[in-house]
Design a protein around this ligand. Structure first.
Ligand code: DP6
Length: 326
């Protein structure tokens, strides 16, 4: 007898080698692989409840009921994949809470769709392997595939649904990196990632980015496995810069940075010149993720906290896998 109701948690993740652009937007099959670290404590907790025989899906996100529209449709469509596997047509109430600002460069869709995937599969008693859960989460949001396994994670691009999934390349305790996220805006970004991915191919730089991605993936993977911070810092900043170059040269051009973003990038580079182990990476928003080598975070925080425009600094070390609450 199915439980019809389950709760799951998943952490957000920060990509060191980025996902930007798909070969198939519908299935979210990316143009290249990506590598990330889950972010401990930056979490979404989602309950999916099929118990009340609802006429249509409903969702309460951070205490507010979602109106009918694209956000609710995206959740419904995602649960349809699991309903199909379970051969179960019932509708659900989704209650979800995320403990960090959404839509501003910390991937909330990653933790949200990873948690939704696990909770829906558990509620409908669909037994999936970690790999299958990762591929399922990918259908909701590409980066969510990387929030299913724990620690340091690589998403293999693949060219089919089954082959495009993420797995751990190193466990949580492999390397004590800290992501110090400098939040400079909590506003919802103007152009979301999904739209951004579909614009990527219009940049004349995207072909070069795709062609050179395997090299950066290899350099990054090796640097993580060897805990080589210098090699890591170089490739992480390069990959972020390459992605933002694509964003800025597409049609329409996407500029996610604010003036304070550039100030922070410069500060991070200066700190590194002074021997502090830190590098930056930036997603589809203005906030700057400052990835700190073990023990470097206090120095980085001291240097960043008084920069005008920095609203808040959040810290996260490597996080574990997504899990279903008992
Ligand atoms: C810049 O996973 O948010 O953060 O698949 O459309 O939901 P959708 O996009 P999303 O894209 C993430 C883009 C990025 C880079 C990354 O996390 O790899």
């Amino acid at each position: 007898m199915p439980t019809w109701k389950a709760t799951a948690c998943a952490y957000s993740n920060i990509a060191f080698i980025k996902y930007w652009g798909n070969i198939n937007d519908e299935l979210r099959l990316p143009v290249s692989g990506s590598i990330s670290m889950n972010l401990d404590g930056l979490r979404t907790r989602t309950t999916v409840d099929f118990e009340n025989d609802l006429k249509s899906d409903a969702a309460v996100i951070d205490g507010k009921e979602l109106p009918l529209g694209p956000a609710l449709d995206r959740i419904s469509k995602h649960m349809d994949y699991v309903r199909k596997l379970a051969n179960n047509p019932h509708r659900a109430l989704v209650i979800s809470e995320t403990n960090f600002p959404t839509g501003a460069g910390i991937a909330s869709s990653a933790s949200a769709f990873a948690a939704l995937s696990l909770a829906t599969a558990a509620a409908l008693e669909v037994r999936l392997t970690e790999r299958e859960l990762s591929a399922l989460a990918r259908l909701g949001s590409g980066s969510a595939s990387r929030s299913v396994p724990g620690g340091f994670v690589e998403w293999y691009a693949g060219t089919t649904h089954e082959a495009s999934y993420a797995e751990s390349i190193a466990p949580v305790d492999h390397w004590a990196l800290t992501d110090v996220v400098a939040i400079i805006s909590k506003a919802h970004k103007a152009t979301g990632s999904t739209e951004g991915h579909s614009i990527a191919a219009s940049s004349p730089l995207q072909a070069a980015r795709i062609a050179s991605a395997p090299q950066r993936l290899e350099t990054c993977r090796k640097a993580i496995l060897a805990r080589d911070f210098d090699a890591f810092a170089e490739v992480v900043e390069l990959d972020s810069n390459v992605m933002h170059s694509v964003m800025m040269t597409g049609n329409p051009a996407l500029f996610y940075w604010l003036p304070t973003t550039l100030t922070l990038m410069e500060t991070v580079r200066d700190l590194r010149k002074q021997g502090v182990g830190v590098c930056y990476t930036i997603d589809a928003g203005p906030n700057v993720h400052c990835i700190c080598a073990p023990d470097a975070a206090p120095k980085v925080i001291a240097a960043l906290q008084n920069i005008p425009g920095v609203l808040e600094l959040k810290q996260a070390t490597a996080g574990g896998p997504a899990y279903v609450e008992a």
